[in-house]
Write a new protein. Structure first.
Length: 384
């Protein structure tokens, strides 16, 4: 439960003696409280189901459901409500049983009104304290999780880019050697070679795998290749157009419509155009993959005083809610071996957070997906 705004205490008086209840309510009202009233334990519980309360002042001796049973039911169903019991003068044991069952405190009748007033305020103070503790705990947990995530990703990033560097050179050599073998095998005098076809097929497999490994190293190195930030005043719309030109093969093949949702004008930002281009390539490539023939990619650029927001939207297959939490994980992919490495969005996320930006995604399976990239207008000065 969250406490309501302000300090107004939502208070409920439960007592079967109407005169007594009304008198207490009147006197509390004079002190600025506005208690609701119930005449039995049953009525109290029904009321709590529809009207949230902070504090309940509860008579113990009532016909029907007594105060202790009512208290137990309240604590079971509304554990954050604080209950103050009113016991008969000679019934201290009721009070003690009440405390054991979770009452905040008990007062004996006849009740001294200022005493009750202060008790109610104390009970409410306790609720606020617990709410604060809960919020602090939630905040700490969130922070810790974020720190763990960041550490994990930073370590993974350093390790993987290191490996990518090391793999790049042997990969280039394998690629070249495979090219040489292919050339030799395809030479006219090799036509008589036994099982030439099998050898060429094996070579094809090698080439596909080299391509995939190359794509992985290229993704991983793409965002760290540069020596320090390469910042430039960039027209973001032009950069998107350049990226579309780069990807025009795939766009044409699937006859994809490109739709601008915002006015086509200059949108200048000081940023790292190489990194942003990689972000755009990865996002638009994903959109192309998600679309059937004749699908639409919608693009938008919005500016707020502090941010430039790029929107890349497709009306493609969408992402299931199960997968949505995993798409930024390295190597998460739903694509086949030669289609995807699962690094595209991992890199996108790294680049955007490196530029102090944010990325948001919303997807509806069967309807489409939208990625929003929020870049601070002054990210230039803060880029890594
Ligand atoms: N626009 C989109 N529509 C539907 N699914 C998407 C979209 N973008 C990403 N996905 C899902 O997220 C997964 C991860 O995307 P990511 O770009 O990281 O890797 P990938 O595209 O599979 O491989 P690559 O490393 O080649 O980019 C994809 O496999 C796909 O399932
Ligand atoms: Mg991708």
């Amino acid at each position: 439960m969250t406490t309501h705004a302000g300090d107004k205490i939502r208070l409920l008086l439960v007592d079967d003696e109407e005169g007594f209840r009304a008198a207490i309510a009147r006197r509390l009202a004079k002190r600025g409280m506005a208690p609701a009233q119930a005449s039995s334990g049953e009525e109290c519980l029904t009321l709590l189901d529809t009207s949230p309360m902070d504090v309940v002042v509860l008579d113990v001796r009532m016909p029907g459901m007594n105060g202790i049973d009512t208290l137990k039911a309240i604590k079971t169903n509304h554990k954050d409500i604080q209950v103050i019991l009113l016991t008969g003068n000679a019934a201290v044991s009721d009070g003690i049983e009440g405390i054991k069952s979770g009452a905040f405190d008990y007062l004996t009748k006849p009740v001294e009104i200022d005493h009750l007033f202060n008790k109610i305020k104390q009970a409410f103070g306790m609720i606020q304290l617990e709410e604060e503790k809960r919020q602090q705990l939630a905040y700490r947990e969130k922070l810790e999780k974020k720190m763990v995530d960041t550490d994990r990703l930073a370590a993974l990033g350093t390790l993987s880019t290191g490996i990518a560097h090391e793999i790049n050179n042997p990969l280039a050599i394998i690629n070249e050697a495979a090219g040489v073998i292919k050339q030799i095998l395809e030479a006219p005098d090799m036509a008589q070679l036994p099982r030439q076809g099998d050898l060429l097929m094996a070579l094809d497999k090698i080439e596909t795998s080299i391509k995939r490994a190359g794509k992985i190293t290229q993704q991983l190195l793409g965002h760290v290749k540069k020596q320090g930030p390469r910042l430039a005043t960039t027209d973001m719309r032009l950069l998107i157009l350049e990226t579309l030109a780069l990807l025009k093969g795939g766009i044409k093949k699937k006859q994809i419509n490109i739709l601008w949702k915002t006015e086509e004008k200059e949108h200048m930002l000081i940023t790292d155009p190489y990194q942003i281009r990689q972000v755009l390539v990865n996002l638009i490539t994903n959109a192309i993959h998600a679309l059937d023939t004749n699908g639409t990619i919608s693009l938008s650029i919005h500016e707020t005083p502090a941010y430039m927001i790029l929107g890349i939207e497709d009306d493609g297959v969408g992402i299931s809610s199960d997968n949505l939490g995993k798409i930024f994980d390295p190597f998460f992919t739903t694509k086949s071996f030669d289609q995807g490495t699962g690094l595209g969005l991992f890199v996108v996320n790294k680049i955007i957070t490196g530029l102090n930006g944010e990325i948001e995604v919303e997807s509806h399976p069967g309807q489409g997906t939208v990625f929003m990239i929020k870049l601070p207008l002054n990210s230039g000065g803060m880029a890594q």
